[in-house]
Design a protein around this ligand. Structure first.
Ligand SMILES: [Zn+2]
Length: 376
């Protein structure tokens, strides 16, 4: 990986951390404010309950006075009834007395109702007071926590800012400007390439762009999102690994008209991929450099099928999955495309993984297993 890219990645980490700290510092007063809001609600509830009690008490006093007044009226009517001259006058006074008595009874009912209400109001007030006490304690604790946290965050922020300034010095000015511009608009200025895609915008790269990123000789930008691209072979392997760990590897057919092999050594060429194919009673052999995908030497043609024509190439080689038409391969010219090369690498990786796990399974359980061939 380019040193510039490594510096940018470190810079991005610093930027992320700085943003996280800033967000956290901004978030803390909001949390305190939310509890304060709740506290104000509880306070208002308490005041309302207390006001209701006062209103009830005033009503109670009013009713008590009314009853006293009515009683004195009744006694006045009774006194008057002793002096009346006519039966009509007496009846009228009796009627007034009955009326006042009814009113007293009704007022007493209202007082009873108030007394029942007072119990509920009391409970409401006590509950609100308890809640207020709890929330007050909570907010004091929250405020203290926030102060402490903010101080710690501010300290870390200052450290990260210093680190960032140092990191910026390690990146080329033009690249830095570009990175910061894209970061500002897109939230990040650098993106990994995985499985031929820019992980920043999920757009497939052109083969040339992909090759440039993989070789890591120059800084490459994503055509679609403008992020600086980088490639990490370890991640690419990790991304591919779970696939062949989960699913069983598909095994190539023994009698396929075209067969791909991996050989660890092939004369001076070193590690190669071989493509053996049968066509029209003849067998052909293509040899590709396994790292560059370049065709090594000429295409060799022999009589008969490839098993009999090239037995020395097959012995000790690992059989791989791969199938391209004669026409496709002619179009490749002297170099197979990165997609084909990658798929062979992935399958080789899977085949080697399979062989390794089979070998370790055998050494763990020495019971005779049925004969299996990873390579043939
Ligand atoms: Zn992109």
């Amino acid at each position: 990986m380019l040193l510039e890219i490594e510096n940018l990645l470190r810079l991005q980490d610093a930027d992320k951390e700085i943003r996280r700290l800033q967000d956290e510092i901004a978030e803390l007063p909001k949390r305190v404010a939310a509890i304060e809001h709740k506290l104000a609600d509880t306070k208002a509830g308490l005041e309302k309950a207390q006001a209701a009690i006062k209103t009830d008490e005033a009503a109670r006093r009013k009713y008590d006075t009314a009853i006293t007044d009515l009683r004195s009226k009744i006694s006045k009517y009774r006194d008057q009834s002793l002096d009346v001259k006519t039966n009509e006058q007496y009846k009228a006074l009796l009627h007034e007395i009955q009326f006042a008595e009814k009113e007293i009874a009704a007022t007493e009912d209202k007082i009873l109702e108030l007394m029942l209400n007072a119990d509920t109001r009391d409970k409401e007030v006590k509950a609100a007071q308890a809640e207020l006490k709890e929330e007050t304690a909570e907010i004091e604790k929250e405020k203290a926590d926030a102060r402490e946290r903010t101080a710690e965050d501010q300290k870390q922020l200052a450290e990260w800012r210093a680190k960032r300034d140092q990191m910026r010095a390690g990146v080329n000015e033009d690249l830095l400007r570009h990175y910061e511009r894209v970061s500002k608009f897109r939230g990040s200025g650098i993106a990994e390439v995985l499985d031929h895609k820019c992980m920043g915008c999920q757009v497939m790269l052109r083969p040339q762009t992909y090759n440039d990123v993989r070789t890591g000789q120059q800084t490459v930008l994503c055509d679609s999102c403008q992020r600086v691209l980088y490639f990490n072979p370890a991640h690419e392997m990790q991304a591919l690994e779970p696939e062949h760990k989960r699913a069983r590897r598909h095994h190539p057919k023994i009698d396929a008209p075209q067969a791909w092999y991996y050989r660890q050594e092939f004369g001076e060429a070193g590690e190669v991929f071989l493509c053996l194919a049968n066509a029209g009673g003849q067998a052909s052999r293509r040899v590709f450099d396994m790292h560059t995908g370049r065709l090594v030497g000429d295409i060799l043609i022999r009589e008969g099928d490839y098993r009999h024509a090239f037995p020395e190439d097959i012995t000790g080689a690992i059989r791989l999955n791969g199938s391209w038409t004669e026409h496709e391969m002619e179009n490749w010219g002297t170099e197979m495309p990165m997609t084909a090369l990658d798929s062979l690498h992935v399958d080789l990786e899977a085949a080697q993984y399979e062989m390794k796990s089979r070998a370790s399974a055998k050494s763990e359980t020495p019971a005779p297993a049925s004969p299996q061939h990873a390579a043939s």
